[in-house]
Design a protein around this ligand. Structure first.
Ligand SMILES: *[C@@H]1O[C@H](CO)[C@@H](O)[C@H](O)[C@H]1NC(C)=O
Ligand SMILES: *[C@@H]1O[C@H](CO)[C@@H](O)[C@H](O)[C@H]1NC(C)=O
Ligand SMILES: *[C@@H]1O[C@H](CO)[C@@H](O)[C@H](O)[C@H]1NC(C)=O
Ligand SMILES: *[C@@H]1O[C@H](CO)[C@@H](O)[C@H](O)[C@H]1NC(C)=O
Ligand SMILES: *[C@@H]1O[C@H](CO)[C@@H](O)[C@H](O)[C@H]1NC(C)=O
Length: 498
């Protein structure tokens, strides 16, 4: 029996006929694009993903460098796709051969669409300073009331200002739109699997899960349709509910990261060709591209940065959301045995610091954190991060803001923020969501340099030059910079091995 069916047929609940999921209205014109999302797809290419309420035979995008003449056109090689329980279809078009660092205007071809624009990716090696945001554990806002119902003591108060969503992380991302070039979001997007926390949903779980996904990605579209939005998985993408050992009861389409895979699988990149003159770096980058498994693990380059998105949920020993993992979510595997770790080694080994001095890795579950640390993640990844001199590691999962001194194997790097060998670690998991913030309680973790568990926050990472990287934690409501730190690295080694 299906989980949601059992709720629907429960006789004592059958009286509550009015309670049902808050599904968005379907536009009359079913070619209307919704849930737009951009991604950096290659050194000169950007993918445009969007959903529609009917299958499109040939999804296309018109684009150009002037809003007055969108003279180029790119189309998908196949019709849009869907999965069981979804009301929408995913469309993907890749725009290639773009001039880097240039404003492009684009219009998804539809009888009901408008023109938007984006900045094309900066070429690997371009030393123009730029900033990105790390937004993690976001969740739906607004009419679902998810961030304002229940215990409000630790939750944001959000006025009903759809669709502007002022006064939220999404509102802040809109108001600061000129301050960052793209966003990384390693995991926990809509919190669709928390549908049962809203009483209205109890009779209608299957639809409620989809309603939350639709509402969330609609709310995000003004941001993700303007700025590349780079995704990797969190535990809340896994299944219809975080109910240990019962995820097999989820309907098809609502387990094993299905929505996440459909939504981002064809929009995220794999790994770029190496721009290095070193032959073995080129070979390693090719291996990384073969081993990448977007949207679960992959890499890309942008100006001074090489960025790797990893999957802390499945595909390594004792992975928490994997088969038999501690979370009981039984997802994956998405690659062969050890494929993710082989990818990470090949990818990091290929990085030529003369071209991209900064290496950032982002994943969902942290190991340096307040609350429970992901020990299997630490065992799988920490050694590789250190060996190849990862500069900064960005995580979420724990719903607060934390910045750690550079640290390796639980020991602080003696150099601190001045040319450490160990990575600097941050947790930036306070962007929103129905579960509220996670309090530090009485156990402040070791090596914590800054912590905030009182405000909704996200972080801005500023690539200032080859040697300086600044990390700011921003209060979503106030816009205040709550903490600012600068990491200094000489980046003297062209290929780091330590
Ligand atoms: C056209 O698109 C807008 C949103 O972009 C939507 O609100 C409206 O319902 C659509 N119109 C029709 C006729 O579908
Ligand atoms: C890429 O763009 C350049 C000029 O901007 C053009 O000459 C070239 O033919 C294009 N290549 C492809 C594959 O479209
Ligand atoms: C959001 O609110 C702030 C102050 O409350 C205001 O200055 C700003 O214009 C608002 N932005 C939008 C998009 O409504
Ligand atoms: C070429 O790259 C490899 C790693 O990919 C590195 O070990 C080697 O030292 C590099 N050679 C030179 C001359 O930099
Ligand atoms: C999850 O999906 C992946 C990729 O399609 C597949 O290889 C794996 O076997 C699936 N796992 C389960 C438990 O169905």
């Amino acid at each position: 029996m299906r989980f949601s069916t059992s709720f629907r047929s429960a006789p004592f609940l059958a009286a509550c006929v009015l309670a049902k999921a808050n599904l968005p209205a379907i536009p009359e014109d079913t070619s209307t694009p919704v849930q737009q999302r951009l991604a950096i797809y290659g050194p000169n290419s950007v993918s445009i993903g969007w959903n529609t309420y009917a299958q499109q035979e040939e999804p296309c995008v018109e684009y150009g460098t002037s809003s007055a003449s969108l003279e180029q056109r790119a189309c998908a090689s196949s019709a849009s796709t869907t999965y069981p329980t979804s009301r929408t279809y995913e469309n993907v078009v890749v725009l290639s051969n773009l001039t880097s660092g240039t404003i492009y205007y684009y219009k998804i071809v539809s009888t009901n669409s408008s023109t938007d624009h984006f900045l094309s990716p900066r070429s690997p090696g371009d030393e123009t300073p730029f900033s990105i945001n790390a937004v993690i554990d976001l969740g739906v806002y607004g009419e679902d009331g998810f961030t304002i119902e229940g215990d409000t003591s630790k939750r944001d108060t959000i006025p009903h200002i759809q669709p502007a969503l002022n006064h939220t992380t999404i509102g802040r991302l809109a108001n600061t739109v000129d301050d960052y070039e793209f966003i990384i979001h390693p995991g926990d997007f809509a919190y669709a699997d928390d549908w049962f926390l809203s009483l209205d949903n109890l009779l209608d779980g299957e639809n409620a899960y989809q309603a939350i996904l639709e509402n969330f990605y609609d709310q995000l579209a003004p941001i993700s349709g303007r700025k590349p939005y780079m995704a990797s998985p969190g535990n809340h993408e896994a299944a219809c509910g975080e109910i240990p050992y019962l995820t097999g009861l989820c309907p098809d389409g609502q387990k094993n990261f299905t929505d996440f895979m459909h939504r981002f699988g064809k929009t995220m990149p794999s790994a770029f060709d190496s721009a290095s003159s070193n032959y073995s770096a080129q070979v390693l980058a090719n291996q990384a591209r073969e081993l990448a498994e977007p949207p679960f693990w992959y890499s890309f380059e942008y100006g001074m940065a090489h960025i790797v998105m990893i999957n802390t949920e499945t595909d390594f020993e004792d992975a928490p959301s994997g088969q038999g993992g501690s979370a009981g979510l039984n997802g994956g595997p998405f690659g062969g045995k050890n494929q993710q770790l082989q990818f990470l080694e090949a990818d990091l080994a290929s990085v030529d610091r003369n071209i991209t001095p900064w290496v950032l890795v982002a994943g969902h579950r942290p190991w340096y954190t307040s609350g429970s640390s992901c020990t299997p993640c630490q065992e799988a990844f920490e050694e590789i991060f250190y060996k190849y001199g990862v500069d900064i590691a960005v995580f979420g999962h724990v719903h607060n803001a934390q910045r750690f001194a550079p640290v390796y194997q639980d020991e602080a790097d003696p150099n601190g923020m001045s040319d450490p060998k160990a990575p600097m670690y941050i947790v930036s998991g306070a962007a929103g969501n129905i579960e509220g913030l996670s309090s530090f309680g009485w156990s402040k973790p070791e090596h914590l340099e800054f912590g905030n568990d009182e405000d909704y926050t996200y972080s801005t990472i500023r690539f200032l030059d080859r040697e300086h990287l600044q990390v700011d934690f921003i209060g979503s409501v106030s816009g205040d910079v709550l903490d600012s730190s600068t990491l200094y690295k000489t980046h003297g080694e062209r290929f780091v091995r330590q």
